[in-house]
Design a protein around this ligand. Structure first.
Ligand code: ADP
Ligand code: MG
Length: 697
């Protein structure tokens, strides 16, 4: 029996309210907390003498409070100022609008601080430092602090949570859980590759005792992610090999009719891939095919051909996509295409399942699927729910499969035996890497875009040119074209100095673009609200759509010919390319404007690559080339949900090693029954179960 995962609500200091905040970060169970990795670290292990502080450079220091006072500033704000001193010098610490601090800092208190000194009126000061007041006797013991005097983890946060809180909770969780954590990598394997044990790795990834342990923890946890995936992939490959599946009857007649009925000619790439797929479908071997095609290459119509083929042979089809917005778009599109042409033939019934269905609606549709009345069911993760049963499922199609994990694919394909599976992605990772990552799938590639597309011009723009940008956008709007504005975050945050979708929506709508219709969508809206807005945008009732990366995948609205990406330096290259894929879908010229004062060389290189290349496969190569070594947390550019910490584009060697070991292990113990592999077997089972739980929640 597997243990039920434990909710974080059982941890001290977490009530329902805080649990909700954690949910936003994707943390539901204690285990999620252990695997919620820092974004980066700050080395606060050494205290600098106050005399040695330099302007603009973050430091950790320790001293005694010698005087404190509340002031009011010229603007009427209250200001608390205290003087910290050690035997080398003095510095002011300043806070605004927190007069109560006067009661917290007492003269002679020993205080450890972290912050960025600046010069003011000739004296050094730090505004808003992080601080901890410590007992004199703790001075020798500062290593016990989670926030100062050590290498300190910095986590991605959400409004209402502080670094101090999350550090404390993670520490508490580690203390409780680590002793019962089961090591699942066999000893000989760890030994061969000098991998530290799991407990050590988890402790030190959060609170590294030193740089060396930080790096070794990282390496171990990256290896784990690759290894688990590769074991799954290898097991599946073996299973696939001996499977007898459905040999679909290909009704060439109907396929021809469908083709003749299209308002365009298929590209030769589409023709080629459809042929590959139909061959798979007809064969007795179940299909397991990955279709890689650049954004806009026309994958949906390939999917419809495949679906049509299965349906005409008497089977049901499940079509899974990552967002509700996309599910609705596909539903509408496929409905239009099929109903207009099949009407004369035999009716094909299409259904839509999302998590926003009411219970009675869901029950009804479940019933229809179970009785085989619905032929094609389109949906989000909601399709994974255990209650959903098919009468005769024969084909699973997964769109934007890079947004799903292998486990999710497994759950859906288990809804019937040995069915055919087509997964599609636009993430153009290099072919060799795709073969390593998804070695259990056959690969089809479409490099060609349909003819007659307008060119996309990509322009890099500094933030100082904002007025020019708005002028430019206005000209496009006046031509009755539509525009996307994409921001990296939903709401403003004090910690991140970034423009946010909510605030910019208000500002654009009531300011510079008040004579146009502006809409806002992001992941935290209720789904019926965001669907309504998307529909209005599709119907051109909205001119400007302000959004986050929610719109990154799949959307197909040809009249939108301009996309503005703010803080472009915050997005990975493949993400930028996917975003840009939302425009250039019609015959008009389109514009992608990347606004950024890019700070690092790497960010600059990404933006340059976008300006220079339109081809996704070329972009994938650049992506590999640009990535600097080190900086391992940096930020995650690949966007593959399998990997919380690993970056397969960066850690190719470790990936290869994991793959070799996985193949070896499975070769000797394909059922994972030997004693040393039992823990691993448990982990794999848990993984799949977790996905089912997520789908059900
Ligand atoms: P993606 O591969 O990004 O999923 P879609 O399937 O959404 O691309 O197709 C993008 C657009 O191109 C759609 O509007 C679709 O109708 C159109 N399209 C697909 N194939 C062709 C073709 N052969 N010729 C012209 N337009 C096509
Ligand atoms: Mg698509």
């Amino acid at each position: 029996m597997l243990k039920e995962p434990q909710s974080i609500q059982y941890l001290k200091g977490i009530g329902p309210k805080r649990a909700k905040l954690f949910k936003r970060l994707g943390i539901n169970f204690k285990k999620d907390l252990l695997y919620y990795f820092p974004r980066r670290y700050e080395d606060r292990s050494n205290f600098l003498p106050l005399a040695k502080l330099k302007e603009g450079i973050f430091i950790c220091a320790k001293g005694k409070i010698i005087a404190s006072q509340n002031f009011s500033t010229f603007q009427g704000r209250s200001m608390f100022k205290t003087t910290l001193s050690d035997n080398t010098g003095k510095i002011y610490l300043v806070w605004f609008n927190q007069p109560y601090l006067k009661n917290i800092f007492k003269n002679n208190d020993t205080v450890v601080i972290y912050g960025k000194p600046e010069k003011y009126n000739g004296r050094m000061q730090i505004i808003n430092p992080e601080y901890e007041i410590i007992e004199e006797k703790d001075c020798f013991n500062i290593k016990n602090s989670l926030n100062l005097g050590r290498i300190v983890p910095i986590y991605p946060l959400t409004k209402g949570l502080s670094q101090h809180q999350i550090r404390r909770l993670i520490k508490a969780c580690l203390d409780e859980e680590v002793s019962s954590l089961e090591e699942f990598l066999p000893y000989h394997l760890r030994n061969r590759h000098s991998l530290i044990n799991l407990a050590q790795a988890l402790i030190n990834i959060h609170f590294p005792r030193n740089n060396d342990l930080e790096i070794r923890s990282y390496r171990r946890l990256v290896f784990d992610e690759f290894f688990i995936l590769q074991v799954l992939v290898t097991l599946q490959k073996i299973k696939f090999k001996n499977q007898i599946g459905i040999s679909h009857k290909i009704d060439n007649n109907i396929l021809k009719k469908f083709r003749d009925n299209l308002d365009f000619n298929l590209t030769s790439a589409q023709e080629k891939v459809i042929n590959e797929i139909l061959k798979d479908m007809a064969s007795l071997h179940p299909m397991h095919r990955l279709l890689q095609g650049d954004v806009g290459s026309g994958k949906t119509v390939v999917a419809i051909f495949t679906a049509l083929c299965a349906i005409r042979g008497g089977y049901q089809v499940a079509f899974m996509v990552p967002t509700e917005i996309l599910a609705r778009q596909h539903y509408q599109n496929i409905f239009d295409r099929l109903s207009s042409f099949v009407a004369r033939e035999q009716k094909i019934k299409i259904g839509l399942i999302t998590s926003s269905l009411k219970k009675n609606e869901r029950d009804k549709i479940y019933q229809e699927i179970k009785e085989g009345e619905i032929d094609l069911i389109i949906g989000t993760h909601a399709l994974l729910q255990p209650g959903l049963k098919f009468k005769n499922l024969g084909l699973v199609i997964i769109d934007e499969q890079h947004k799903f994990g292998v486990s999710q694919r497994t759950i859906l394909t288990r809804k019937n035996q040995n069915i055919d599976v087509l997964v599609m992605t636009a993430t153009p990772i290099p072919r060799s890497l795709a073969m390593t990552l998804y070695g259990n799938l056959d690969l089809s590639v479409m490099r060609e875009l349909p003819p007659g597309r307008g060119v996309i011009k990509t322009i890099a723009l500094e933030t100082t040119k904002r007025e020019y940008l708005y002028e430019f956008v206005r000209k496009i709007l006046l031509k009755r074209k539509q525009v996307y504005f994409v921001y990296p975050i939903i709401e403003e945050s004090e910690k991140l100095d970034l423009l946010a979708a909510e605030q910019m929506y208000e500002s654009l709508r009531s300011g510079i673009f008040r004579d146009f219709k502006v809409g806002l969508v992001h992941g935290r809206l209720k789904s019926n609200e965001s669907c309504k807005i998307m529909q209005d945008f599709r119907d051109a009732k909205i001119d400007i759509l302000v959004s986050t990366t929610l719109i990154e995948v799949g959307l197909d609205i040809p009249n939108a010919t301009c996309m503005v990406v703010e803080h472009a330096e915050h997005f990975g290259l493949s993400q930028l390319h996917q975003l840009r894929g939302r425009i250039g879908r019609g015959s008009d010229e389109s514009f992608c404007i990347l606004v950024s004062d890019s700070t690092t060389q790497e960010a600059q290189a990404r933006i340059n690559a976008m300006v220079k290349f339109n081809d996704g496969f070329k972009i994938a190569e650049e992506d590999l080339a640009i990535r600097g070594p080190g900086d391992f947390f940096g930020f995650r550019q690949h966007g593959l949900p399998e990997f919380k910490i690993a970056d397969p584009l960066k850690e190719i060697e470790l990936l290869e090693t994991a793959k070799k070991e996985a193949i070896n292990l499975v070769r000797f113990d394909p059922a994972l029954k030997s004693r040393e592999n039992i823990a691993l077997r448990k982990i794999l089972k848990e993984r799949i179960k977790e996905c089912a739980l997520q789908a059900a929640s």
